[in-house]
Design a protein around this ligand. Sequence first.
Ligand code: ASP
Length: 335
Amino acid sequence: MMKRVVVVSTGGTIASLPGPEGRNIAGALSGQALLGGVPEAADIRVEVRSLFQKASNALTLDDLQQLRAQCQSLIDSGDVDGIVVTHGTDTLEDTAYFLESSLRTRNVVVAVTGSQRVPHAPGTDAYLNLRHALRVAASADCVGLGVLVVFNETIHAAAFVRKTSSFQLNGFESPGFGCLGFIDDDAVLIYQQPRRQPLLQPPPGHLPAVELLSACLGAGPQALRALVDAGVSGIVLEGTGRGQVPPDWVPEIQRAVDAGCRVLVCSSSLTGPVLPCYEYSGSLHDLQAAGALGVSGLSGRKVRLRLMLALACLGQACDRDALRRLFSWGSDRSV
Ligand code: ASP
C-alpha cells in the first residue's frame, strides 16, 4: 500500500547552498529543492512543507512551537503515515526531544534528520539520510517508538541521542543507551523499544524562560546570580559527576528557590544518573536540601526543554512532586 509522508524542512547543512566566498549558507535551499535529489520511492508518496530556511543556531523557541503545531495538525488530520523533519545538526537533538515530549504521535512516525556534509559536497550524506528518514517514516515497525532521529544508517530515540561528532558522518550516538535499530539499504531493522516520559502538550505562545548553566572547577556564581536577578522561571544546572556544583553557587540556588524559580540538577557526564550520595557543600544532597531536584537520563539541554514544557503546562502547580513524575520513565504517557 502507498504510504503518505510529509517532509517539513527547517534548514541546516542538509539544505545548504554554496556561498560566494567558498563557505556554505545553511538553510538556503528550500525543502522542495532538497527533495529533488532523492530518487522517488514507488511505495511512498512524499509532500514537502518548507517551514523555515535557517541554520539551526538561529531557530527560536517560538519556531519550535510553530513546528510542533504544524506536525500535530498533520498527525490530527489522520491523513499521513509519517513525518520527516529536516534540520541543522547543531540543535537537532533539542528539536527532536521537544517534539518527543510534546507531540501526540498516535500512529504516525516522526523522523528527524540532517546531514554533516552539504548537498553539493562529494560524498554528501544529505540525500542518503533523507532517503533513510523517508523509509523510517513509512515503516509500520516504527509506529509507537516515539520521535526518532535517523542518521548514518542508524535509528535513535530522541530522548537519548546526542551529536557526538562535529564533522564525521557518524555524527550522532546514544551514549550509554545504544541505538534502536538500523536502515540497511532500504530495510528498516528495529531491535529495541525506548521507554518514554509523560506527554506535555503546551498551550500556543511563548514558552517560560529556563536557562542552562554548566558547573566546572572554579566557576564563579556570577552567571547564576544574573539569572536569578533576571527572574527566569527555571534554571537547569549541569552538575559534575553525580550532580555537584561549586560551593559558592549554593546561596544563589537557595535565593532562586526562595524566589519561586525551579532548579533542576543533572549530570554533565555522558552516561549515568545523578545521586545524592555525598555530604558536603555543593553536593546534590546539599542542593536538594535547598529545594533543587536532581534528574537523570537526559542531557542538560533536554532537561531544560522538558522543564519549559512542564512550566508551560502546569504553571504554579509545577512543584517538585509534579516534576519528579514528569521526568520519570515508563509506559504511561499521560500527565
Ligand atoms: N551549522 C549547521 C546547522 O546546525 C550544522 C548542520 O546542519 O550540520 O544548521
